[in-house]
Design a protein around this ligand. Structure first.
Ligand code: AHM
Ligand code: MG
Length: 334
């Protein structure tokens, strides 16, 4: 490894940052760098679609037809298409799996070394109401030989095998946050320049926070130790913050300190969130930032063995001391 870089200043463009990180590795070929750039580019396009959505709505019947009488697609479908197209054209990815699709998506890039798992637009209940939403992605190296058929083994890898992961947050600003296993960096998008700029260096989550994020509407379905933990949060006068967009809730807690919980409930016996598309990426990021992500019963999310594409898992993620505290309550039910 060449030790050429001591850290780039705030305001560095994403392209330059990616390039400079690549230069740290003597044998890097630039393929992962290109892949990250492809994701960032698709993120810009999706950002544009999201910003226009309200205006299209004024033209009438978004989700049905646009003003020309053509069928309009829902934003989550649009985002899915945009990311697939960008990664297909980019050439580095041989296959994707998406929350929007039942099966593996082969990209016709036989030389591609990578597979990507993606939730193209998370926070579906918030899409139509102008509340922050996000894209979540995980990048793995394929297991099967390059040039051959893509296998289930390529896409059903444990989170610990991720070589990079990140999310785009379409909020009051659009941001891209990612890690390649050497810290977590955040970039804010400047739409008039069409560039992302480094805005958050080496993000570290506070060990202890004062925010808990859980859908308390499902409280009656929670196991009693979790109910006890929630009473503890109230006793501590923690703030309850839950917007129902995982990326937005996670991002706030990452920066301020806090815990996000999606436990098993009556409607979702294994939790609602998907291991491959949502939990693994955020687990990688939070661990890189010094936090923790488990299933609530002591198992690291990134060690959960995936057996099917749309597998769900209970998700406890955030500040290390908060996750350990809730686990100390839940231990009783192991
Ligand atoms: P989605 O993938 O259908 O958008 O569902 C995931 C979302 C998360 O963003 C959010 O944290 C959670 O579902 C909210 O679920 P609930 O409304 O059950 O609290
Ligand atoms: Mg989702």
């Amino acid at each position: 490894m060449k030790n050429t870089q001591l850290g780039l200043p705030i305001g560095t463009t994403l392209d330059r940052f990616i390039k400079s990180k690549q230069d740290d590795f003597s044998f890097a070929t630039g393929e992962l760098s290109q892949l990250l750039r492809d994701i960032a580019l698709a993120g810009k396009i999706v950002n544009r679609e999201i910003n226009r959505a309200g205006l299209i709505d004024l033209g009438g019947a978004y989700g049905k037809q646009n003003v020309q009488g053509e069928d309009q697609q829902k934003l989550d479908v649009v985002a899915d298409i945009r990311f697939i197209r960008a990664l297909k054209n980019g050439g580095e990815v041989c296959a994707m799996v998406s929350e929007e699709r039942d099966e593996i998506i082969e990209l016709d890039n036989p030389g591609g070394k990578y597979v990507v798992a993606i939730d193209p637009l998370d926070g579906s209940s918030n899409i139509d109401v102008n509340v922050s939403i996000g894209t979540i992605f995980s990048i793995y190296r394929r297991k099967s030989p390059v040039g051959g058929e893509v296998t289930h083994e390529d896409v059903l890898q444990k989170g610990s095998e991720q070589i990079a992961a990140g999310y785009l947050l379409y909020g009051s600003s659009t941001m891209m946050i990612y890690t390649t296993g050497r810290g977590v960096f955040g970039f804010t998008y400047e739409p008039s320049l069409g560039e992302y700029f480094l805005s958050h260096q080496n993000i570290s989550i506070p060990k202890q926070g004062k925010i808990y994020s859980v859908n308390e509407g499902s409280y009656n379905d929670f196991e009693s130790p979790l109910k006890d933990y929630i009473s503890y949060c109230k006793d501590q006068r923690y703030a309850g913050r839950y917007i129902g967009s995982l990326v937005a809730d996670f991002h706030r807690n990452l920066l301020k300190g806090g815990i996000y919980i999606y436990p098993n409930t009556g409607s979702y016996p294994n939790g609602k969130l998907r291991l491959l598309y949502e939990c693994n990426a955020l687990a990688f990021i939070v661990e890189q930032a010094g936090g923790k992500a488990t299933d609530g019963k002591g198992k690291r999310i990134m060690e959960v063995e995936p057996t099917e594409l749309h597998q769900r898992v209970p998700f406890y993620v955030g500040s290390v001391e908060m996750v350990e505290k809730v686990e100390s309550y839940l231990k009783e039910t192991v």
